[in-house]
Design a protein around this ligand. Sequence first.
Ligand code: URP
Ligand code: ZN
Ligand code: ZN
Ligand code: ZN
Length: 467
Amino acid sequence: MSTRTLVRGGLVITAADELHADVLIEDGRIAALAAHGSDIAAGWTAEKIIDATDRYVIPGGVDAHTHMELPFGGTFASDTFETGTRAAAWGGTTTIVDFAVQTVGHSLREGLDAWYAKADGNCAIDYGFHMILSDVNESTLKEMDHLVGEGITSFKLFMAYPGVFYSDDGQILRAMQRSAVNGGLIMMHAENGIAIDVLVEQALARGETDPRYHGEVRKVLLEAEATHRAIQLARVAGAPLYVVHVSADEAVQELAAARDKGLPVFGETCPQYLFLSTDNLAEPGFEGAKYVCSTPLRPREHQAALWRGLRTNDLQVVSTDHCPFCFVGQKDLGRGDFSKIPNGLPGVENRMDLLHQAVVDGHISRRRWIEIACATPARMFGLYPKKGTIAPGADADVVIYDPHARQTLSAATHHMNVDYSAYEGRTVTGRVETVLSRGEPVIDQREFTGRAGHGAFTPRATCQYLN
Ligand code: URP
Ligand code: ZN
Ligand code: ZN
Ligand code: ZN
């Protein structure tokens, strides 16, 4: 039996267009769009009609970088797939791509199966996985091919965190060579972790233990150097490259220079680098621990370069790197030693709103908002046009967004399972009103109506952003 929903009277915004159109949804997919007031739209009937007058009708957000339940520094990221995907839905995100983790000495298969098990039956919205490679060897390289065939088409490597996730240049080159053949996309955490560890040791020896030293030892130059090195290795391998959580002007410059040469090099930044800075890391009384993530927050001057990169397309994607740790009981682990503060910030619920605020502030256009938050992440990671747009045949992942509502971001009202907000007290213009995931309301007029288990694993094609 077919079920039809009609979203009527809103301004439909995609990466390509803005149009006053009615959207007909049938059996979980977009069936058709027609100009509002046209004879075609007037003839449509549906069981459920959503009045979107004075609202935006936008594709559900695609957050291509989350870490639900990530094991880190002796603890686990505090959002489960259940709490984290519910919070994502509240914030207008209808797809996440999370990172399954290979641990040293174990296969990719074991790591991936563990992540399937964590997510299965628990998600409110659709999800896919990237694979973190922590142990690149002959058998891992072979496994990469199988994973690509299974819809796990991207692999994160770390130039940071020696002894944990770190890969050396030889391992990186081998993985890139493999991805050049199997079509996988290498995602790089570009920081020179070997040099950083020396600076960490020296800082601690000088008694520099506060959270702000996290930002001082993880130097801009060491992000820029690693970004440069990753680009050259990708070039040698003939592979495309996606650099995650770009935070520094100098790293954007490396990407821009590579792109000016025509190389298939891409960059992602995150809301924390666009809206927060080392001022937050320097907050007194250990408050700075709330802002410890890697790459670290940078001096405010870097923000202009990130916004410029987003406008010029030297940066293509904004993801959250959502990796929450509670202030009490988790960030605490690093009192007296900043290097023991678990790395990561909460944000999966805030991304669409913060980027809408960037539209209000004039940093980006409305269509660019949808491009960097929905369409390009979907294309980059092989989910397009199922995800990331509103077009006939696409999944009906649709957000009804009130661009005029004002809200104050706060831990008291957010839905992420973490005891603080990185944006506490910040007022933004714009708010999610209703969210459909494959046609089903998961947020209905600001009530959660979804359920754990609605969200489905979504296998991905290889990168669709190359040609
Ligand atoms: O601080 C961060 N980013 N934590 C999550 C792990 C990573 O490197 O993305
Ligand atoms: Zn990283
Ligand atoms: Zn991350
Ligand atoms: Zn309004």
